[in-house]
Design a protein around this ligand. Structure first.
Ligand code: HEC
Length: 449
């Protein structure tokens, strides 16, 4: 029997114990009460198939496939409206009542800066775009076809392992009706009675109506267990381990590596949830968090480091585009395998990309790219690359500061960051090493045009 001593709210499940306890907390629409704890809660589904919803079948099918995991009858993950019927597509936009929703749809499916569907979901295919265009060009006529309402639930495949550790808040967060965006954090401390490795992480989204994205950090210090509002930027003490936005996947670590939980030592996790109550719903609550699988220690311990820079200066009303170079130190003679990246900037960021040059030359290898940075859609990217001494890593960060204040590096919402959190193994053990060293010691120049 695995035993953890816990300071906060961790539910332990032996392999035989029923997992019904997991599902019983779910209150949102579409939660399947039989769902296994190892899955992400299925997203709300649209109306039942083969009803008339006024949309031609081809248009209906494009929306079902690409949009309704968020824009269902009960919109989720911060989506402001359904896209489930003729009426919903010809209704005036709330944000811009001069326009009909279909006009905004046509705009957003082509909008590279704020695309729909939002990343990491794939963009519409050329054929799907053509279907939407053809219908709009014909004047978006109502259809009497009976095909309507199907939806791709967007469910993330369940983990193969059985989660035995549940990371959640001490109490549910009560979402104010008037608040549109809120960043809420809580801490969970874990003290393992035995050496263990975390080998997989899955988000547990309990109230899809208001959860927009979730991040889990490892922290040097404990954080309050009750959810509370926190700066959107988090803290400089926190290292991002995993992030999820609708459409992103669970993280399963390579089979030879895990994040260590050391016997008798406290590991501090911090969860940050971004809530978006676009619809102004009253009395919504949420206890989203993460389900973790642990196992006996594997061959290698995984860890997080940050490429990028801590030297940031974006004067008021200006833009900055910097490329920062980190030479992998000579001491790093044995190769490290990189398996994931979590690029991270704040709200003025416009792009972030990290590239690896083996031996300092050669063709660049992508270590995580977000060409149109959107602070509100952060998620991890799987990778497979090796780094060792002699290699060079370059991170490019770009910002646009439209405010009246000069902006520098920091943890507050108004400050900026350029961290490409990178997950790797085996963990670097040197006393001279710290996770922030690559970013701290990188040399930056203006990105060559
Ligand atoms: C992963 C969730 C998700 C998916 C999938 C998604 N959306 Fe959205 N959508 C959102 C969120 C969140 C917002 C509100 C924030 C914003 O405007 O970016 C939004 C906003 C919009 C808006 C702006 C509405 C307004 O009144 O301003 C349009 C139009 C839109 N989506 C169309 C679409 C279409 C069309 C698709 C499919 C082709 C789609 N979305 C797929 C999450 C999603």
């Amino acid at each position: 029997m695995r035993v953890f001593r816990v300071r906060a709210f961790i539910v332990l499940l032996s392999s035989t114990m029923s997992v019904a306890a997991f599902a019983s907390c779910g209150t949102s629409a579409g939660v399947d009460p039989t769902v296994d704890g190892s899955t992400v809660t299925p997203l709300p589904t649209g109306t039942a198939p083969t009803t008339k919803n006024g949309l031609p079948c081809d248009v209906d099918s494009v929306l079902a496939k690409n949009c309704r995991s968020c824009h269902g009858d009960t919109p989720s993950f911060g989506a402001p409206m359904p896209l489930t019927s003729y009426e919903t597509l010809v209704a005036p936009s709330k944000a811009d009542p001069q326009k009909r929703m279909i006009d905004l749809v046509l705009k957003r499916i082509r909008d590279d800066a704020a695309p729909m569907p939002q990343a990491p979901n794939p963009r519409l295919s050329a054929a799907d775009m053509a279907t939407m265009d053809a219908w709009a060009n014909a004047g978006a006529p109502r259809s009497e076809a009976a095909c309507g309402g199907g939806t791709d639930s967007g469910t993330v495949a369940p983990l193969d392992c059985k989660p035995d550790m549940k990371i959640g808040p001490a109490n549910a967060w009560a979402m104010p009706q008037a608040a549109k965006n809120e960043y809420v954090c809580y801490g969970v401390d874990v003290t393992a009675d035995d050496d263990k490795h975390v080998i997989a992480l899955a988000p547990r989204i309990e109230n899809a109506k208001i959860v927009h994205h979730v991040l889990i950090f490892k922290s040097d210090t404990a954080y309050p267990t009750k959810p509370q509002e926190c700066p959107s930027g988090g803290s400089l003490q926190w290292r991002l381990m995993y992030g999820w936005a609708p459409g992103a996947k669970n993280m399963v670590l390579p089979k030879e590596a895990g994040f260590a939980l050391k016997k008798g030592q406290s590991t501090h996790f911090v969860v940050q949830v971004h809530y978006n109550n676009a619809q102004g719903l009253p009395a919504e609550t949420d206890s989203s968090g993460f389900d973790l699988c642990t196992a006996a220690p594997r061959e290698f311990e995984a860890d997080v480091l940050a490429f990028g820079t801590t030297r940031i200066d974006v004067p008021r009303k200006s833009s900055s585009d910097r490329t920062c170079t980190f030479n992998i130190p000579a001491a790093l003679t044995d190769s490290k395998r990189i398996f994931a990246a979590m690029p991270h900037m704040h709200e003025l960021g416009t792009a972030i990309e990290t590239k690896l040059y083996k031996g300092g030359t050669g063709a660049p290898i992508d270590l995580g790219t977000v060409p149109n940075w959107d602070f509100n859609t952060q998620y991890w990217q799987p990778l497979d690359a090796n780094i060792k001494s002699g290699d060079v890593v370059k991170t490019r960060c770009a910002w646009k500061n439209t405010t009246d204040t000069d902006v520098g590096f920091g943890e507050n919402t108004e400050d900026e960051m350029c961290y490409s959190f990178t997950l790797y193994y085996p963990r670097i053990e040197s006393n001279l090493w710290s996770w922030t060293l690559p970013a701290y010691s990188a040399n930056c120049v203006d990105t060559p045009k």
